[in-house]
Design a protein around this ligand. Structure first.
Ligand code: PGA
Length: 250
């Protein structure tokens, strides 16, 4: 059985005090549901420390939104895996479409980030997803296969079962247009099949989240699909009640 994982990607939102206020409101809303979902919050770097303290003793863990592959050095503005571990992060989001599109990140660079995370006991949440024009021209599966193959090239085989993949169709991010549960399931099943080519049986254990306009009212239908193991949530994760509803959705 795969344990579903729900992660809040706050992007460039919330100061440290806003993040702490979120935690205070959010933690009491978490139900111990029978699927025992894992819950992760990914604030901006300056809020990691205070949020980590506010989450102490809870089952909610921290993720960072970015990582640099090098351990240290002259990389102004960047943050290393060691620094993220020191800030008590357990996960790190890698390859988000905003990083690919706005900051020009390539699959090869993303692969190095994934490797750096594993080397330091951080678990990468690797985002992949096709654009609208790629879907409209029938290239979805080719794009997903290539993004995956090139981004997981340096994953140590023995750790592959820990990898988290987020399928995030770019056309569904922040647009209010969620993929239907059927469209999402089809992509998730495809990604799991591709993972089997790369990792063998670990593909059955690794979790694939869906991301892209997940809201309280569509979360349950998505989670009922066999290959969907939680969600990566942007906009709807900024409000404690709405994110709690998503996490508690059945
Ligand atoms: P959204 O963002 O939920 O606001 O669509 C998801 C994401 O970018 O991870």
């Amino acid at each position: 059985m795969r344990r579903p994982i729900f992660a809040a990607n706050w992007k460039m939102h919330k100061t440290a005090s806003e993040a702490v206020a979120f935690a205070k409101a959010f933690l009491p809303l978490l139900k111990a549901n029978d699927r025992d979902a894992e819950v992760v919050l990914a604030p901006a770097f300056p809020a990691l420390h205070a949020l980590g303290q506010a989450l102490e003793g809870s089952r909610v863990t921290l993720a960072a939104q970015n990582i640099h592959p090098e351990a240290q050095g002259a990389f102004t503005g960047e943050v290393s895996a060691t620094m993220l571990c020191d800030a008590h992060c357990r996960y790190v989001i890698v390859g988000h479409s905003e990083r690919r599109q706005i900051f020009g990140e390539t699959n090869a660079f993303i692969a190095q980030k994934v490797a750096a995370a594993f080397t330091n006991d951080l678990i990468p949440i690797l985002c992949v997803g096709e654009s609208l024009s790629e879907r409209d021209t029938g290239r979805t599966f080719d794009v997903l296969a290539q993004q995956l193959a090139e981004s997981v090239a340096l994953v140590p085989k023995a750790r592959a079962h820990e990898l988290v993949i987020a399928y995030e169709p770019v056309w569904a991010i922040g647009t209010g247009k969620t993929a239907t549960p059927e469209i999402a399931q089809e992509a998730h099943a495809f990604l799991r099949q591709e993972c089997e080519k790369h990792f063998g049986s670990a593909a059955k254990s690794l979790r694939i989240q869906y991301g892209g306009s997940v809201k309280p009212d569509n979360a349950a239908a998505l989670q009922n699909k066999p290959d969907i193991d939680g969600a990566l949530v942007g906009g709807a994760s900024l409000d404690p009640e709405s994110f709690a509803k998503i996490v508690n959705a059945k």
